[in-house]
Each structure stands twice: as C-alpha cells, then as structure tokens.
Write a protein that binds this ligand. Sequence first.
Ligand code: URA
Ligand code: SF4
Length: 187
Amino acid sequence: MADSWAQLKQDCGACRRCALCQTRHTLVFGVGNESSPILFVGEGPGEQEDLRGEPFVGPAGQLLDTMLELIDLDRKKVYIANIVKCRPPRNRDPLPEEIAACGEWLGRQIALLQPRIVVCLGRIAAKELIDPDFRITREHGLWLERDGRAYTATYHPSALLRDPGKRPEAFEDLRAIRQRLREENLY
Ligand code: URA
Ligand code: SF4
C-alpha cells in the first residue's frame, strides 16, 4: 500500500529501534508544509526540542527562524526534519548505528515530500545526505544534483551561535538558496 504522512507518523511515533528511545522525552518527527519544495535537515533534537516535540525550537531554532526570514521563508512554508528523531544525551553527536536505525523515517519523509531542494544544516546531515566525506568548512554552499533533487549544505545554526564569524558565509549560502527558489519559481 502507498505510504502516507498519517501512516508514517504512526510507524515512526512508536519507534524503539535504537537506544535513544530510552532517554528521549518526546520523539521529534518533523514539522512544516507537507508539500514544501524545500526541506531543511538538522542533526537531532536538543533539550528544548526533546521537551516540546518540535524541531528547532531552542536557541539554534531561533537563529534558524531568522535565517529563514532572510530568504522570505518561515517554518510554516518549508519542511524541517532531523537525521535522528530522538535526542542524543547531552547533545552528543548521534552514533552511526543510531543514524542507520533512524534512516527509514527521513527516507520516507523525503519520498512523501519529494522536495526539489534539500538543505543540510551542518556536517552530520551533509555527511548522511550528500557525501560521507563532506567537509562543511570547504564544501558548504556547493550544489549537487542527484535524482532530480538539488542538495546543498550550510553551517548548522548552533555552529553560527558558537562562531558568529561564520555568519557572512552562511548568509551567502542562504542568498544562493533564495535565488534558486526564485529561478525555479518554487515560491
Ligand atoms: N539542532 C538540530 O540539529 N535539530 C534540532 O531540531 C534542534 C537543534
Ligand atoms: Fe527510533 Fe530514530 Fe528515535 Fe532511534 S532515534 S528510537 S531510530 S526514532
């Protein structure tokens, strides 16, 4: 039977495929416009996200909202998801086995959404969705066309909070994303 958002939310919502299910408060599925042509993918829920069940609602999320505003978007127009749906303890990087266990959910989100553009927020998403050897410092802002989708990466908002000196480069990446959305008449 064909997949649906309702089916996927039901299947994912009860997931206990990796050990992160033991420490999570709330599974963070994803949020936004389920026919958005652009998908933003972060790493995994942080403390606030784990408590509220929505991606990017803590400090990094406030910066993401500002970044979206800069390109005339907001979280209701786009779709936002993470590589892993449950918070890694103390915000450590998700482990390879956790990323692997969680992959089906993002895969099904992408299959339902069919986004034209996928924006990886940070290294973890870029390694998973673009290239296992992805180097965010060198390769952010580059575009890869694959199977009818355009993939790019920019700095994770948490990295921009830690190192505001990276913000001008991230702003350039965002401008390029806006330009592509306009060129392709996606909004
Ligand atoms: N960082 C992420 O990668 N994702 C979130 O949802 C929040 C913070
Ligand atoms: Fe399931 Fe992913 Fe949560 Fe692990 S992180 S329990 S695979 S939803």
